[in-house]
Structure formats: structure tokens, C-alpha cells
Write a protein that binds this ligand. Structure first.
Ligand code: DQA
Length: 144
């Protein structure tokens, strides 16, 4: 069975394409998922995508799928800054976690400068738009 990468999207990311495109770009979530799935397939990896606006649903998904995943790529949305139960769910995993942000959170409002997820992540990509997800995937591919 091929290895699976979880691609997890937090609150409001279902609105990509319509949501503040000057900050988050015009690419939709479906387009991002499709691009990651296509590149992963070339490398023999499966991708399981999940988006929720609810922290508990994200925790449930991480608990159910995280233990047997080869890796996690996650944009926690605003939960990045305060989502402690999501952070604790991610902390249980052995697989590497890459935190992705479309925007450069460090040049935005001060509340976006803190990530409660970063201390349990292997690395972080911020400010490179939708290509950040593909760059995170390339790291996993290079690990194989
Ligand atoms: C975001 C940055 C967060 O601060 C924000 O709440 C988001 C998106 C990003 O991708 O740039 O929802 O994670």
C-alpha cells in the first residue's frame, strides 16, 4: 500500500478564491488539493485531504488518520494562533508535520506572529501562496 500524506485545512480555507484574494490569492482549495494530489501521485504517494471550520472535527480527523500517515501538511488557518486542542492532537503523531501559510503571517497583524502549532511541527512555510503546499510535499518526496 502506498504511503499517505494528510493535507489538512482549517477554518475559512474552504473560501479560498473568494476570500481576500489580495492576501490569499485566487486559487481555490479544490485546485490546491488537485495540484498536491497530482504531484504526489507522480511520486507514488497518496494524499488524504480534509477541511473543516471546526476545531473538534480537525482533532477527530487527526486522531483517526494521523497515526498511520507518513506525514502531515497543515494550514490550521486562525487556529494556528490559539488552537491548543488541535496542537495537542498533532503532538501525538510520530510523522513529520509541515505547517503551511499562504500569506507571510510575520508581516501581518501581531496576533498572527504566534503559532501554537509551530513547536510540534518539523517545519513551516509561510508567504509563498499555494505553491507552499507543493514545496511542503517536495520535502516529503525527498525523504522517501
Ligand atoms: C493563514 C494565516 C492565518 O493567520 C489566517 O487566520 C488564515 C490563513 C494563511 O494561510 O496565511 O486563515 O493560515
Amino acid at each position: 500500500m502506498s504511503q499517505t500524506i494528510l493535507l489538512i485545512h482549517g477554518p475559512n480555507l474552504n473560501m479560498l478564491g473568494k476570500r481576500e484574494p489580495e492576501i490569499y490569492g485566487a486559487t481555490t482549495l479544490d485546485e490546491i488539493n488537485a495540484a498536491v494530489i497530482a504531484r504526489a501521485a507522480e511520486a507514488g504517494l497518496q494524499v488524504h485531504c480534509f477541511q473543516s471550520n471546526h476545531e473538534g472535527a480537525l482533532v477527530d480527523f487527526v486522531q483517526a488518520e494521523g497515526m498511520h500517515a507518513a506525514g502531515v501538511i497543515i494550514n490550521p488557518g486562525a487556529l494556528t494562533h490559539y488552537g491548543l486542542s488541535l496542537r495537542d492532537a498533532l503532538a501525538m503523531l510520530r510523522a513529520p508535520i509541515i505547517e503551511v501559510h499562504l500569506s507571510n503571517v510575520y508581516r501581518r497583524e501581531a496576533f498572527r506572529h504566534t503559532s501554537v502549532v509551530a513547536p510540534v511541527a518539523t517545519g513551516q512555510i509561510a508567504g509563498l501562496g499555494w505553491r507552499g503546499y507543493l514545496l511542503a510535499l517536495e520535502w516529503f518526496i525527498a525523504q522517501q
